[in-house]
Design a protein around this ligand. Structure first.
Ligand SMILES: Nc1ncnc2c1ncn2[C@@H]1O[C@H](COP(=O)(O)OP(=O)(O)OP(=O)(O)O)[C@@H](O)[C@H]1O
Length: 330
């Protein structure tokens, strides 16, 4: 498949507080580097997900990408322009949905959307947007009185009403119930089909795994891994830290009984409870880094030493969540 055109590129973007071009003269100011050289490309017709632990710099990256913050160094090109210097014309081509919604509180969604719609030359037909996001039942309720999930959907509608070429979504499905989340997923897939570039941050790794064409994992202000979900979960990352990426799948076994601390400590390879399971009879344990028959043998000897016959053994493909944990754990 031919590669889609880039709609956003960040090249070695740095952002520091307590320094920066305007404050260079302020001697002795403590400098905190929040972004330490972020490289990122987002393409039209693709969903690009930015994931990473709290404080990794995701929101700061989006703010630099949108031109809300001026990087201390590096380059941002948003639809071919520098977003920090660009005028209203560029802003009209970009939709932004902020993490806290950023909505006026004492307005009804209907009035807000009609107002935003009038600001654009070729707005999305409001009836269609209202239908797709199921806003009909609370269109005339003041935004202040809406639930968190309803506000999220209004914020998403406001970001889309101008038919942007690129949309930034900061945690678009945070706080949504499963039904609303599904609605938002379907809308994002629809937007991708229309050829929009979609850049989103999320803490929901299933969401990134399901939606994203391209994933960037940020940690301590740098991209530590990036690639498609398949590339990342197979251990092939396009990042410069490639060499450190493990290439194994994980082995999962079900233990017929609780494992003692001493038994866990004597395991030949790192062991973790699978998902949100607890250490009980029947619990599934994941073993990472099984890449050779020798390691499999060591594991088997460990089971023998503990007189433990697993109720189930399987190799499973790694998920984005596994990759995330590998990257985020110190
Ligand atoms: N203006 C500022 N002054 C000082 N520190 C800041 C400033 N802006 C952001 N930070 C710090 O920079 C780090 C990155 O913040 P950012 O909001 O970009 O992270 P994030 O990945 O979006 O986090 P979260 O997942 O919690 O939303 C945090 O430690 C934050 O406290």
């Amino acid at each position: 498949m031919p590669q889609q055109a880039a709609c956003l590129t960040l090249t070695q973007v740095r952002y520091a507080v307590g320094s920066g071009p305007r404050r260079r003269g302020a001697e002795g100011a403590a400098v905190k580097e929040i972004l330490a050289g972020v490289d990122l490309t987002a393409r039209r017709g693709e969903v690009t997900a930015l994931i990473g632990p709290n404080g990794a710099g995701k929101t700061t990256t989006l703010s630099c990408a949108q031109g809300l913050l001026r990087p201390s160094a590096g380059e941002v090109r948003l639809l071919g322009q520098d977003p920090f210097r660009a005028g209203a014309q560029l802003r009209a081509r970009v939709g932004v949905m902020l993490q806290d919604g950023g909505l006026p509180q004492s307005v009804q969604p209907k009035r807000l959307l009609a107002h935003v719609s009038r600001l654009h030359r070729d707005p999305w037909p409001l009836t269609d947007l209202i239908d797709r996001l199921d806003l009909g039942s609370f269109l005339t309720t003041n935004i202040r009185r809406l639930s968190g999930g309803q506000k999220q959907r209004v914020a998403l509608a406001a970001a889309l009403v101008g038919r942007p070429e690129l949309v930034f979504l900061d945690e678009p499905s945070a706080g949504l119930d499963p039904q609303s989340r599904q609605m938002v997923f379907e809308l994002i897939e629809h937007l991708r089909g229309l050829g929009l570039g979609i850049v989103l941050t999320t803490h929901l790794l299933e969401e990134a795994q399901r939606l994203a064409d391209s994933v960037f994992i940020l940690k301590d202000g740098v991209v530590v891994r990036h690639g498609t979900v398949a590339e990342l979960t197979n251990g092939h990352s396009s990042s410069h830290e490639d060499d450190a990426a493990p290439t194994s799948r994980r082995l999962v076994f079900a233990s017929p009984r609780i494992l003692t601390r001493a038994e866990l400590e004597s395991a030949p390879l790192p062991l973790e409870l699978d998902g949100d399971a607890s250490n009980k009879a029947g619990a599934r344990w994941a073993v990472y880094g099984v890449t050779s028959p020798q390691q499999l043998n060591a594991l088997s000897q460990w089971w023998e030493a503990m007189d433990l016959m697993p109720a189930e053994i399987s190799f499973e493909a790694r998920t984005l969540e596994d990759v995330f944990w590998e990257v985020s754990t110190p």
